[in-house]
Ligand binder design. Structure first.
Ligand code: HEM
Length: 448
């Protein structure tokens, strides 16, 4: 919204300033109050989402007090990955599919943490700016993602040390240390974080000027603390959200270099996401502009990839599942192009044990200091033959796949992925042997 279009009550810069100050005060009161009443989903609408209170591209930091984070009963090493199965039988519907997210579940870690850490560390070391990027300011349009990147690593350090206290240990700076990222609850800023079982420690940058490439360093550390990829979206003066910084280390099917700096709509249209313009664009843009600091959300998706049968040697020892880059599906990462089919790979012959359900759990939340929206992407890979061992799963998945329209099928690799016939024949065979049972369209337990 342009300054001129604001209501007559706030048509001077002075009154606009007052209105912003008032909105911020109300935000602080509200957000502090929300923290004392724990259920996030029952809180009243936050003024943070009232876009009349600010101009596009501007953000007044809020002192958000988090609801208490409960320490996990078990360390990640004792937790199995959550078996997300985000599909149901019948017709496929394109929707945003977001649900509210309890703060205790913001970052999920499990017994794959060490493996993901190894793969991600290798990719950061060997691929550098091909997996981690921070955009500079685009004057007049959108700010750099640097501040948000530094804020992110402090948020993660605070959260993880509370949620998994036997896995993460933090140290803090002296009281009264100046920082753009104060500690939670008025504590001094975090100085370092140690991943106890892996024996590694990281010193956190205090702000964007703390050493060379502080923002890139902040993203590298962030990427090594969690199992998810991280994208920071900054609101531009045009109201669009731009991908201004990120650590995209294991996306498998897309590269940060092709999407960084783009607004949300171009990120999706450049990848030909089906029905984006008619089913998603408007609601997504509205959702991003209104997302409140205290209202994190989660969504899940799924698609398929083929991997090579396991063989020892080289990169395969680090990432035989092709978590980082789906080479058997997409060809070499450096030559990847949506628009150049000549780079299509020579695929290994798919079998039920080499086709993977590739499913993502994605979260979205707004960071209180920078106002950036953080998008996290956690990828789970499950072999089709393992999946089909779950009761009723073969029938449910086969029905879900038959519910794809042609456009969805094309996007998700039905026609080009080489796995469709193998997967369908296998699922039908297992389903026949198992016999009918269960409601394949039930959504009660979605996304499981
Ligand atoms: C409410 C938020 C969002 C929704 C509803 C959404 C929706 C989608 C959908 C439906 C797809 C197709 C694959 C699938 O079934 O998931 C997709 C792909 C994708 N999304 Fe999003 N998205 C959201 C946010 C974001 C954000 C913040 C980013 C920032 C990086 C992003 C980056 C991508 C990329 C890179 C792809 C792959 C595009 C390609 O194939 O080139 N999405 N998204």
């Amino acid at each position: 919204m342009s300054y001129e279009k604001l209501s007559p009550i706030i048509q001077s810069r002075e009154t606009l300033g007052l209105a912003l100050a008032l909105a911020t005060t109300v935000s602080l009161i509200y957000l502090r109050r929300a923290a004392n009443t724990s259920p996030v989903s029952h809180a009243p609408p936050s003024p943070v989402k009232d876009k009349k209170a600010r101009k596009y591209g501007e953000w007044t930091p809020v002192e958000f007090t988090y609801p208490p984070i409960t320490a996990s009963q078990q360390p990640p090493a004792a937790l199995n990955p959550i078996p997300y199965r985000p599909f149901r039988g019948g017709e496929y519907h394109v929707t945003m599919g977001i649900r509210s997210l309890p703060w205790n579940e913001w970052i999920e870690l499990d017994n794959q943490f060490e493996r993901y850490h190894r793969i991600r560390e290798h990719r950061i070391r060997t691929r550098g700016s091909a997996v981690i990027r921070v955009q500079p300011d685009a004057p007049g349009l959108v700010k750099s993602g640097a501040e948000a990147a530094v804020e992110l690593v402090h948020e993660l350090a605070e959260y993880l040390s509370q949620r998994f206290p036997t896995t993460f240990e933090i140290t803090r700076h002296a009281a009264n240390t100046a920082s753009s990222c104060p500690g939670w609850g008025g504590a001094p800023p975090v100085k370092s974080i140690r991943i106890i079982p892996l024996g590694c420690s990281y010193g956190l940058p205090l702000d964007i000027n703390d050493g060379d490439n502080a923002a890139v360093k902040a993203l590298e550390i962030s990427a090594l603390l969690v199992q998810e990829d991280l994208a920071l979206m900054i609101e531009g003066t045009d109201g669009k959200y731009y991908f201004q910084a990120g650590a995209i280390t294991i996306a498998g099917f897309w590269r940060i270099q092709d999407k960084i700096g783009l607004p949300l709509d171009e990120i999706h249209t450049s990848g030909d996401v089906p029905r984006y313009k008619d089913k998603l664009q408007a609601s997504m843009e509205r959702f991003f502009q209104r997302l409140a600091v205290d209202k994190p959300v989660v969504r899940n998706n799924y698609f398929f990839q083929v991997v090579k049968p396991t063989s020892p040697g080289g990169i395969e020892e680090i990432d035989p599942e092709e978590l980082g880059w789906a080479e058997s599906s997409n060809g070499p990462e450096d030559a990847f192009s949506h628009t150049h089919p000549e780079h299509q790979p020579t695929r290994p012959t798919p079998t039920p044990s080499t086709v993977r359900l590739r499913s993502e759990r994605q979260t979205l939340r707004r960071l209180p200091h920078s106002g950036a929206i953080l998008f996290t992407i956690r990828t789970h890979l499950t072999p089709i033959d393992k999946l089909a061992e779950e009761p009723g799963m073969a029938r449910r998945l086969a029905s879900a796949l038959r519910g794809w329209g042609d456009d969805i099928g094309q996007y998700k690799g039905k026609t080009s992925g080489g796995w469709w016939d193998v997967v369908m024949n296998y699922l039908d065979k297992v389903a026949d042997e198992e016999g009918a049972g269960g409601d394949i369209t039930a959504m009660d337990n979605y996304p499981f």
